[in-house]
Write a new protein. Sequence first.
Lengths: 272, 261
Amino acid sequence: MQVNIDLFNPFGYQFFQNALIGGIIVSVVCGLVGLFLILKKEAMLGDGLSHTAFGGIALGLLLGINPLIAALGVSILAVFTISYMRRKKIAPSDSAVAVMLALGFSTGLIVISIAGGFNVDLFSYLFGSILTISFSDLLLVSVLSTFVLLFIGLFHRELLSIVFDEETSRIMGIPTTRLTILFDLLIAVTIVLSIKVIGTILVVALLVIPGLCALKLNLSFKKTLLATTLFSALSTTTGIMLSAIFNIVTAGLIVFMLVTAFLITLLYKKLD
Amino acid sequence: MQKVTPILETKNLTVHRNSVAVVENATFTINRGDYVGIVGPNGGGKTSLLSTLLGFLPHTQGSIRLFDADIAKFSSWQKIAYISQQATNFEEQFPLTVRELVSLGCIKKGMLGRRFTQKDWQTVDSNLEFMGLSDVAYRRIGQLSGGQKQRMFVAKALVHNPELILLDEPIVGVDSNAQEKFYKKLSDLNVERNITILIVTHDLASVFCRMSKVMCVNKTVELAGITQELDANLLLKRAYGDHFHFVYHKHDCEGVFASEH
């Protein structure tokens, strides 16, 4: 969406306030979930699921179902399939992700073809449309984000223990399988949340880059969580503001801000 | 005389991996307070045996009893701590301080998601002190030396007061001085806290100088008390083969213990 806003008072616009609130919430959730994905060495699971979600969006639009709900259903199905393939040793993790990524995306393409061409709505799901986020979208994002944040807040130590050493965690009585399944579900939810903000193509940036920046700082785990939150929120805020001011696509600017943050972190480490 | 309490018993235990028997007809009893060195050639089944005792690998025959309960019905896993072969192979950049990692040992079965209390942190700090790691408590785990990493994992294990600790080759890639410090700490735990220890190792000298029993594993399992009468060479030949020759004199241990004084 192209908008012109008052440069000196951008916060006076309701859509801008919604965009900022929604963007910050989603980016923080993405950053925190992404941090665990990086530590699990499964960052590409986020990318795979987001591309699979594209198939769900296309199906939703074709069948007249809320595309985000359809994307959530397809992502959950995909995450369980990947998990099953991993557990039963049908395929290693990255290969299982690749299969689901290709299947989801090609489903989307076939559905578009059946629908008779490219749909304008679909474009906003591919690349996000945070500036058009409605109050009801914001409500949905807030409720789902609260669940994700509560889960991470409550079980971050258990998740950390599993990520660090799954066998030992099992001996300690941590229900590793159940927590891993729940966490995988949260990844699906998080990806669907971020579709409005950044779209399915670039969601991996929100998942991976903030955590990567924080990890470069060599902090304790508590401080790494905090730094991830800050990198996510600041990059998204700056991206949304620049987008509103200069009429440039928001998703692209958010990714640029994230990459800039990453480069600054690298430079800081080099000078340190 | 101290009462002998069996805490780990196997009868005719047989374990298969990919349809090949890796442990056959193993019958042995580990008593509370035992300090057991598990030795044997590479591929002899030591790690498979440990995995089976921990329930990671199913056994195909026989029985395992842990703390007087069949392993299938055993639920008090918090009594057991395990330090795996791969424990120290973590990413150098992993964002945890030593204190944070050790505190993960405070996670309790059935009480997930609880906040750690002041008492938990006191337990963490006292175990860090016991393992000689107070100075590096706030350092990132990737900055520790090999010996310090091993002691850190023992400190983590100690946090939940285990009665039995199983360690799988924890001293790989560590210099002899650090090895000695590590074995000394394990001896202290065994004696002072009456913790039963089973350790897979290739360091035969330390086994015969420090430990109370030796378990030779090469598909078959043979457990023997380390006494003056024990013919170590004969025992080890049965596990390693006739070509193997191990010379062990009690005075060899003096060197081992020298670093303690």
